[in-house]
Structures are given as C-alpha cells and as structure tokens.
Design a binder for this molecule. Structure first.
Ligand code: FEO
Ligand code: CA
Ligand code: CA
Length: 660
C-alpha cells in the first residue's frame, strides 16, 4: 500500500450481505403483491411501477405541478426553495438564497491541550500526524447522527448549545497518513488506540457570534466518548451470562461504544447513540459452539476490519472468552450536560445493528422508540416503555423509562396492514427449549428471537422518523442486493446487471405507517410506500421525477412543517454525489410526494445526520468520508487538503426557517 492513494475496497458495505436465514416472506414480495393488485387497475408493468401517480383512484395528487422538468418554486408548495441539480463537484451546493459552511471537521481540538489537527503528511520519516492521545482530545472521524441541545431558553438557545455527534467508523488510510511512516503500518498498539479514539461520540459546546459565525467554546462540557470509555449496562440483560467476560466477570461494566451510526434524543435531555456495524471489529479464534457459535453467525461477527485484535485482546472472540461482541449492538444513552456521567447501554431496546432510534412520546406518556436493523433482510423494531417518561420514579435518573418495557418487531401483511409482535420471554416460542432461558437472553439474541416469531425481512432498514403533525412513521430502506427474481409487475426486483451480478432492489425506497388509532403504543398499523427511489420516470420502477433522481435513502427527519428530509448513502443515478432532498410528507397514502434536491455533497461522501436549532434557522448536516476512494480535498480549511468528515452549517441568507 502506498501513501499516494486510498485503498480500493471491494465490497463497499458489509450490510449488503445477509446473515439472516429466515424464510419469512421478504417485505418487497409483500409490497409487490400490493403493487400487482394496483396494476390490475393501472394496466401493466410501467403503470404499476408508477402506481403513485394521479391515475390511482381515490388518491388526489399531492404534487402541486406536473410536466416533468420544472424545478421552480411553486405557489403553495411546502418546499420553498428552487431545487438544485445533481452534482459531481468537490464542494457543497445549496439552493439560491442559502449558504453552507464546513464546521468542526475530524481533528478539531475540543479538549485538554486542544491539539491542532495535523494532517500527517509524511516527511523524511518523521511522523507528523496526531497521536492517539491527541485524537482523544479532538473531534472524531466519520460524523454521523447528531443532535443540537440548546444551552439556554428562548432565542439565546438558538445561538448557544451542545452539538452531540456520532463518529461511525474510520478510513484508516487517512487516519494514519503520516502518523506511522515506516512502511505505513497503522497496526501498532498506538495506531489501534488512535483508531479507537477516532470512534464514538463528540459533545461540543458551540456558540454563534454576532457575525453569524459558529465557534467551538473551550468548555468543560466538551467530551469525547470512544471505543474504550467506561460504560454501564442497564435493563434485563445486565449481568447476563452472555455479557460476562474475563475482564468483567459481573457483566455490568462494558467498555466503549462502536460504529455509532444514527441517533435519537429524549424529552428528558439525553442523547441516544446507536451501535451498528460492531460485528466487523472482532477476530474469532478457535472453534465456538452453542450460543457463542449461533450468535457469531447470526450477527456476522469477525473480519477484524481495523486490525485491532493484534493489539487489543478485547477484540478477539475465543471459546474461553466469547462474549465481548455481545456487549455491542446496543443503544447507548448519554447525558450530554454531565461530562462525568457514565454512558449506559439500555439493553431493553434490543441488540442488533442499530441504525437510529427515534423517540416518540405516546398519548399516555409512555416512551416509544422506533429502530431499524441495517443489514440485508433484517427487521424493524419498536420499544414501548412500561411507564410514562415523566413518572416520579425517574427523577434523579437512577432509573430510566428505557429500562422497562416491551420490545416489538414488525410483521407486514400484504393487505396494507401490519402488526407488532412482542419479543417477550415465554411467549411465541421464546422459551428455554428454543434457546431463550430468560428475557436477558431474548435481548442479547434479539435477531434470533425476531426470526423465531416470524418478523418481516426488509431491504436494509435505516433511519426512522415520525411526522410531528400526523404521527406517521417513516422508514428508509436503502437497497437490497440480495433481492431475488421478481414475478409479474414487480417494479423493484431487477435482473442481473451486465456483469451477471444480482442487483436486487438497487435504489431503495421509503415506507411509512400509521399506528392504529394514532396511538404509538398500538400493536397494529396500516402501511404504504411513500416513494420508490431511482432514476425517475418509472425507470427501474422509481416513482420520483427524473430531476429528483436519487438512490440509497438513509438519513431521515420530518420537520414540524412536514418536510421529510432525505439523506443518501450509496449509489446515485448517473453516478452523482450523495445528496439531501426534501419531500412533502403531507402527501396522502398512494399520492406522489413532491421532492426537491436541497443539498449536494462532495466527492465520495455520504450525507448523514441532521439537527437544527429550535428556531430551525440553523441547520446542521454531516458529510461523512469525503474522498473515501480519492478525489476530494474537502473541506479545505486552513489550507489542509486531507479530506475530512465535517458538519455543514446551512443558513438562509434572509435569516428564515430552513426549507421555507
Ligand atoms: Fe450507519 Fe446503515 O448506516
Ligand atoms: Ca446510515
Ligand atoms: Ca447507509
């Protein structure tokens, strides 16, 4: 490997491979069944593919104009900006009337000695990059899910707050560039520590000056949480045999958080960070059996992607000490206002490759958390707490409403209905005979429990979001290369590509549902497809207009005006850069929502993570892994040309609400 170019990875995303042996009916088959019925009305495959068009009986169009091509602002449109074209540029583009500025890139000093970022250009054998200890005092790599917590009430809270953000993984090439110049060998003990310190979460106090410029505050509230920060377990799997290790025989004190993907926030002011692709960080030595073998297989544990196992025995799974991997795959709750607080892995929310965690308070005050498991053919979940969130028992936070409740997994039916199946020990086959000795075991083995009850395999569940006005829940399904051969008018199962590779559901789609009676604790719901991504004009079955073309929807947020903000991570039509679009979530079921492209990212990045100030006049969006395959020097701050993940601050030049 040379220092002049980043490595080319063969398979871009480990989530593209299934580890689910379930034979339950895949979600797209069910969707197809619905589509095929509509196609009888609409007449033929292309019409079926465009089933969301105005020709569908009883579904008034939400789109304010038709005519394919106009991207202008339309009177009465919810989307008050002119759509921008797709981009291949190495710069961020936003609509006229908006500005976008990079902020807190990887390596920004926030703690301790505030070490400046050093890009690590090798020079005559002198290591010039930051050390592992310095990385622990700087913003981590690969920005992802993010929340803005105001630090004051009223307007001051719009100008002063805590920005809390996840760092999903690392590009080891850029991380170590120049740090270890002897033949570029990141896989030393120091290199492993630097990599671990680039993961996790950053808490950054920020303030907006009178000039309108946001700056990092040198505050004692700033914090880095990394792959080795001491944590606690809570909930039913705490101390369970399956989370005990030789280093923590009580199974109560896990270390660190990994692959922090999407996020959530609670009404009691805490941040939820979601552990996604933890499985790839371990090496499996020796022959496992029983539960250990089943768990390693079902969660795909192995691969040692960053070479940590050679220098940190914690990341080696052995028959004698098999459980460290079981201590990841959780939702972790962090109190961002208390820098000395211990992050807590809330086991009642299940163990999976958590993408994000959308918290919704039900009418009766109980806490509902919607969660996707991002891998091919995995499931969508929700947690419903046993008690209302503001019950006096939770004062002082010794106990959390996230520790007691019911975890459900979704089963979709082809008649537009769905049900939430509880994963409760002793019920529906979750019994000792089937390998579930108690509720703790159900939770450590969440995927296996969901298999047992017949959950519906989905096309890589990513982010969820709840429309704050209607209560409709949205879920991005990013793609599914394993999608098998279609039948009839199925618009989303593609034949093999020119090289004979199966491409399945290549572009992804967004599904939405409404809980029965508008009650988020309900066990039944009705569902519909919001949109099918793709090149547009029905090509490959896409239901968007060609000028709105996009693929691989991932990040998602529905704002209070009911704009659904869609962020992409993956293949885009015509090879364009990843992007962020807004869609009109007021579109009724079966109507085609208006979509407009709002932001285009730089070369090689994904767009992910979205937060705003309470007044929604400042928008924070993350660009992750620019130049992952080369070709980017963004964000080019302080003359540094190493591509770095960073937050983008978007404002409207007239000071208005973003999107209006
Ligand atoms: Fe972390 Fe599924 O993206
Ligand atoms: Ca994601
Ligand atoms: Ca993704």
């Amino acid at each position: 490997m040379t220092l002049t170019e980043p490595p080319v990875t063969e398979s871009p995303d480990p989530d593209d491979r299934s580890s689910n042996p379930s034979t339950a009916r895949p979600f797209m088959e069910i969707a197809e069944a619905r589509l095929s019925r509509r196609s009888v009305l609409a007449g033929g495959m292309l019409a079926a593919a465009g089933f969301l068009t105005t020709s569908v009986v009883g579904a008034p169009p939400a789109r304010a104009f038709t005519g394919g091509g106009s991207t202008g602002t339309t009177a009465g449109s919810l989307l008050g900006f002119e759509a921008i074209p797709p981009s291949g540029l190495d710069e961020v583009v936003v609509p006229d009337g908006y500005s976008a500025r990079p902020f807190i890139p990887w390596g920004t000093p926030i703690l301790g000695f505030f070490p400046a970022f050093r890009p690590g250009t090798p020079s005559e054998g002198v290591p010039t990059g930051n050390t592992a200890d310095e990385q622990a005092q700087q913003v981590g790599m690969h920005h992802d899910g993010m929340t803005y917590f105001p630090l004051a009430s009223g307007d001051r809270g719009n100008r002063h707050g805590l920005l809390v953000l996840n760092h999903e993984y690392t590009d080891e090439y850029y991380l170590h560039q120049g740090t270890f110049v002897a033949g570029y060998e990141p896989r030393t003990a120091e290199g492993v520590r630097k990599s671990q310190n680039a993961h996790g979460v950053s808490v950054v106090e920020i303030a907006c000056a009178a000039s309108g410029e946001w700056q990092v505050v040198r505050s004692t509230r700033n914090r880095r949480i990394t792959a080795s920060t001491p944590m606690a377990f809570s909930g039913p799997a705490t101390g369970h045999e399956l989370v005990r290790t030789t280093a923590d025989r009580a199974g109560r004190r896990p270390l660190g958080t990994l692959n922090n993907c999407g996020n959530g926030e609670t009404p009691w002011g805490t941040y939820l960070t979601c552990e996604e692709n933890f499985n790839g960080y371990f090496r499996v030595d020796g022959t496992l059996d029983g539960d250990s073998a089943a768990l390693v297989k079902r969660y795909g544990v192995g691969g040692d992607r960053n070479g940590w196992a050679a220098h940190d025995p914690r990341f080696v799974v052995t028959p004698e000490d098999p459980n460290e991997a079981n201590r990841f795959g959780w939702v972790v709750e962090i109190d961002p206002f208390e820098p000395d607080s211990t992050p807590v892995k809330r086991t009642a929310l299940g163990r999976l490759k958590h993408e994000d965690a959308t918290v919704q308070i039900a009418r009766d005050g109980r806490v509902v958390v919607y969660m996707g498991d991002d891998q091919v053919n995995e499931y969508v979940y929700k947690f419903v707490s046993a008690h209302r969130w503001d019950h006096p028992r939770f004062r002082g936070r010794a106990q959390s409403p996230l520790d007691e409740g019911t975890l459900y997994v979704a089963r979709f039916s082809d008649d537009g209905r769905g049900e939430w199946i509880p994963l409760v020990h002793g019920e529906r086959g979750l019994t000792p005979e089937n390998g579930f000795a108690d509720q703790g075991e159900v939770l450590v083995k969440t995927r296996l429990a969901a298999d047992e009850v017949g959950a519906t395999p989905m096309d890589r569940p990513e982010w969820t979001a709840v429309d704050p006005d209607s209560g409709t829940v949205y879920l991005t399904l990013t793609n599914n290369a394993d999608r098998t051969a279609p039948n009839g008018p199925n618009p989303r199962a593609f034949p093999p590509d020119a090289d004979g590779r199966r491409v399945g559901n290549k572009w992804g789609h967004i599904v939405r549902w409404d809980e029965d009676g508008g009650d988020h604790t309900a066990t039944g719901f009705r569902w519909d497809l919001f949109l099918l991504a793709g090149p547009g004009d029905g090509i490959d079955g896409s239901t968007v207009e060609p000028e709105d073309a996009f693929g691989s929807p991932d990040g998602l947020w529905v704002d209070p005006d009911r704009r659904a903000w869609i962020q992409t991570d993956g293949t885009q039509p015509n090879g364009a850069n990843n992007q962020m679009l807004a869609a009109d979530a007021r579109a009724p079921y079966r109507a085609e929502p208006e979509v407009r492209r709002f932001l285009t990212g730089v070369v090689g990045c994904e767009v992910t993570g979205i937060a705003t100030t309470p007044d929604r006049r400042t928008l924070f969006v993350n660009l992750q892994h620019p130049g992952e395959d080369g070709g980017s020097t963004w964000p080019r701050l302080d003359g540094i040309e190493t591509p770095r993940s960073a937050t983008v601050i978007v404002t409207k030049e007239d000071g208005g609400v973003i999107g209006t």
